[in-house]
Design a protein around this ligand. Sequence first.
Ligand SMILES: *Cc1c(COP(=O)(O)O)cnc(C)c1O
Length: 321
Amino acid sequence: MGVKRTEREAGGTAGAAERVLGVRGPSPLEEVRDERFARHGVRLLLKRDDLLHPEVTGNKWRKLVPNLDAALAGGHRSVLTFGGAWSNHLRATAAAGRLLGLRTIGVVRGEELAGRPLNPSLARCAADGMRLHFVSRADYRERHRPEYLHRLCAGFAAAGPFAEPYVVPEGGSNALAVRGCAALGRELDAAAPPGPRPHLAAVPCGTGGTLAGLAAGLGRDQSALGIPVLKGGFLADGIRRLQCETYGAPRGDWRLDERFHHGGYARTPAALTAFAEDFAARHGVPVPEPVYVAKLLWALTALTAEGAFPPGTVLAAVITG
Ligand SMILES: *Cc1c(COP(=O)(O)O)cnc(C)c1O
């Protein structure tokens, strides 16, 4: 953590993690024709980050690559990170670890899960070799405190290759991850004719690390919109803090619209599921990932219907996974 890396920004040599996990060019930017947008004069583009890597998908690839490079450069043999029982981040970390030959430790919220059959998401992590370490909710809340991290890591001191892990915070969001996600903004800035260049790029938000980087990478005439999927309200502070940690100051033009969480994290009402299936059928794309991406597309459809975007707006929805 805290390692400075600028070669990706300069477009220079790919690091070890990026070589193993696949050096891709910019992810595709595809226009879809959707009456619900067209009738308001809005053009909708899908930024297909879900195609970045088959296992380390979307924004997790952008965030993990610079962190895994730092882990390898620092001589670590293992990576320790945090997540809930259905965490996309834990799954991506486990898969990346397997591909790179790094051991992984997943600190999972909920000690009651220990000793029970694993859900499919955690079973996938375990199959990829991740060592699962279940902790109580009270302990999990300590995950940012240096003393707690120290104690946690010390617990693996005698565990061979798991000892002295490189620590990645929950959701993968740290300064390196923000720099990784800035590349997403730069790709959208560089989008050139014949493809349209977006005025506004929208992402779903968990920790907000992706939005923090996206906004920093966009051009001066572009802005970013975040759709939080958790009920809460402190997200904007967290995003500013991440940008300050990364760049020393807030960056870019971004805002949040907090109205589209659908009851909270992992709540997927039937209407949202039906919307997602219909979107896939209309446009011949995979059914949007339900926890984040479906809520983003729903929000953009609702905002367009409200007249939130002036006619002529080119909108890019980032398909983060
Ligand atoms: C993890 C995840 C997010 C949330 O990203 P943050 O940087 O934590 O805001 C969004 N979309 C998908 C598909 C994810 O898996």
